[in-house]
Design a protein. Structure first.
Length: 170
C-alpha cells in the first residue's frame, strides 16, 4: 500500500483546520435604560373631619351621612335625621418633584364611641391623585371628606378615630 495513513490523515485534517480557523460570529442587543430620580414625598395634614351634630329621630333604615371634600354635608336624605353645627374637612399638603403624579390612597377606618365601645366605619371621600405643580414647597393641597352609615341601632355618643390616607408617586 502506498501513501499509508499519513495521506488520509492529511485529507481529514484539512476540513477540521478550516473549521477551527473560522471565527465565531458575535451578536449584540441594546436595551433602553431609564431612571426617574425624584425628591422624597413630604405629606402633612391640618384641620379635622367634623360632621357636626346628628340627631337621630327614630330612623327606620340604614342612613348614610356624607361630608364631601368640598365640605358639603348630606344628612341621610331623610327627615329621620337632623344635622346641625359646624362641619370641616382636613386639608392635606403633599410636596415632591414637579409634574409628578401622586396617588392618594384612602382607606376605611373605625370610629369608636368611647362611652359604649360601639363603632362606625368611616369611608374617606376625595381625589384619587394629584399632579404636583412645583418642586418642594409650597406643594399641592387637597381635602378629604368621608361618609358613614347610621343604623336604627346606632348608639348615641361621640365617635372618634382617624382618617387613614397615604400618598406615593404613581
Amino acid at each position: 500500500m502506498s501513501g499509508g495513513p499519513g495521506k488520509y490523515g492529511a485529507l481529514l485534517a484539512l476540513p477540521l483546520a478550516a473549521l477551527a480557523s473560522t471565527p465565531a460570529s458575535a451578536a449584540t442587543a441594546n436595551a433602553q435604560v431609564n431612571a426617574n430620580v425624584v425628591k422624597p414625598v413630604v405629606f402633612t395634614a391640618t384641620g379635622s373631619l367634623n360632621f357636626g351634630t346628628i340627631v337621630i329621630n327614630k330612623i327606620t333604615a340604614n342612613r348614610t351621612i356624607s361630608l364631601s371634600a368640598a365640605n358639603v354635608l348630606t344628612c341621610g336624605n331623610t327627615t329621620e335625621l337632623i344635622c346641625s353645627g359646624a362641619t370641616s374637612v382636613p386639608t392635606y399638603n403633599v410636596q415632591g418633584t414637579n409634574k409628578q403624579v401622586i396617588t392618594i390612597n384612602k382607606n376605611p377606618s373605625t370610629l369608636r364611641n368611647n362611652v359604649n365601645g360601639a363603632t362606625l366605619t368611616l369611608t374617606p371621600i376625595g381625589p384619587a391623585s394629584v399632579t404636583l405643580t412645583n418642586s418642594g414647597a409650597p406643594g399641592s393641597d387637597f381635602a378629604i371628606g368621608g361618609s358613614f352609615v347610621i343604623t336604627p341601632t346606632t348608639g348615641e355618643g361621640v365617635y372618634s378615630g382617624v382618617v387613614d390616607v397615604t400618598v406615593d408617586y404613581q
